[in-house]
Design a binder for this molecule. Structure first.
Ligand SMILES: C[S@@+](CC[C@H](N)C(=O)[O-])C[C@H]1O[C@@H](n2cnc3c(N)ncnc32)[C@H](O)[C@@H]1O
Length: 281
């Protein structure tokens, strides 16, 4: 069978809560690629407080509900990829680390996901000598947090394909890509611009979801982002010939996502003059 280049996948936007994933069918998703609000960093404090989650554990209980909803939406063998960073914040005893990645690992494993080896995204810094603590005398300085995690889980047993499945063949990656993508530390992905129209978004760079989508899905699959934000995962999935579903709670971001999804749909639909049969000259 001839292998066709991937066409732009469809993008569906849902305004709603990641903890419920309204209208996303059970087992309807092949891959989740997402980055939630990070507990214990100032940018998301107000949103967690408004949701009635004032501390580390209650914030992660909210995220646990989202991971449970992802498990419901994922097909057997589907992959959940979560980009998350740890946080530093003082408490009554002083300076400390809040290990978001460890808490998400525990939460997802409790929900029944199978943990897989994870990736470390080493973000290039423009302050290479940034240092927490004081002076040069041991032992009271702190290591810089310059990596984020991409945690990987599988929903149950391995996903199987019929022998010679053309969707799988057309989705193949090269040896060079495999060698780069499947080594544990990604040091070659630049961070994204974090502001759109004066507003901080927490967007990740397109290369992150692009790699994950090529690593863990095949052309024609459905990719979900339950914390869609500016839609980086969704546009990457569509470019790569996968359908995309984005859930976002913020109505303004949702309106922007819908507008961009409509433009994308209009761009891939053939214009009437292209669709009509050509008259002979
Ligand atoms: C870290 S940002 C995601 C950024 C996204 N990866 C991008 O590249 O733009 C987290 C997003 O989750 C949204 N959000 C927060 N709580 C949510 C919830 N309960 N359900 C759905 N979306 C939520 C926020 O509004 C924000 O847009």
């Amino acid at each position: 069978m001839a292998l066709e280049a991937p066409a732009g996948g469809r993008v569906r936007i849902i305004e709603g809560d990641a903890a419920r994933l309204p209208t996303v069918g059970d087992g309807s998703v092949d891959l989740v690629v997402t980055s939630p609000p990070y507990p214990m960093i100032p940018m998301w404090d107000a949103a967690f407080d408004r949701a009635g989650a004032p501390d580390f554990e209650t914030r992660h209980l909210l995220l646990d509900s989202a991971w449970a909803a992802c498990r419901r939406a994922l097909r057997p063998g589907g992959i959940l990829a979560i980009n998350i960073g740890d946080a530093l914040r003082g408490d009554a005893q002083g300076f400390r680390l809040w290990s978001n990645h460890a808490r998400v690992m525990v939460g997802c494993e409790r929900l029944g996901f199978r943990p897989l080896p994870y990736l470390l995204w080493k973000k290039p810094t423009n302050r290479p000598n940034a240092f927490l603590g004081s002076g040069f005398d041991p032992p009271n300085a702190y290591v810089t947090l310059d990596c984020e995690f991409i945690l990987l889980f599988r929903n149950g047993a391995l996903r199987r394909f019929p022998k010679g499945d053309p969707r799988r063949a057309v989705s193949r990656y090269s040896k060079a890509d495999r060698d780069r993508w499947f080594s544990q530390v990604w040091g070659d992905v630049r961070a994204a611009r974090q502001e759109t129209e004066g507003r901080r978004t927490g967007a990740f760079p397109p290369e992150l979801p692009e790699r994950l989508i090529r690593m863990f899905s095949v052309v024609g699959d459905t990719v979900l982002d339950p914390f869609a934000g500016t839609g980086t995962t969704l546009w990457a999935a569509s470019r790569l010939g996968r359908d995309a579903v984005g859930v976002e709670i913020d109505p303004d971001l949702c309106a922007a996502l819908r507008a961009r999804a409509d433009r994308l749909r209009a761009a891939v639909r053939p214009a009437p003059e292209d669709a009509a049969p050509r008259s002979p000259r």
